[in-house]
Ligand binder design. Sequence first.
Ligand code: SF4
Length: 64
Amino acid sequence: MRVEVDQPRCVASGQCVLAAPDVFDQDDDGIVELLSRRPAPDRHADVREAAAICPAAAIRLVEE
Ligand code: SF4
């Protein structure tokens, strides 16, 4: 799995960080920052949850 984030779309809600704090972070303005572009398989469920609950649909998952 590869993770992509669309920072201009992000509304800084922080839901992704709550769901997968080892994969997503927020900068000083609350905008998403990607910590892990290819998270380990045991993190995939959390990453899928983050993508599902993001209110801005700013997280894209590419299955490889
Ligand atoms: S959940 Fe979506 S809108 Fe909220 S901080 Fe993460 S990427 Fe941005």
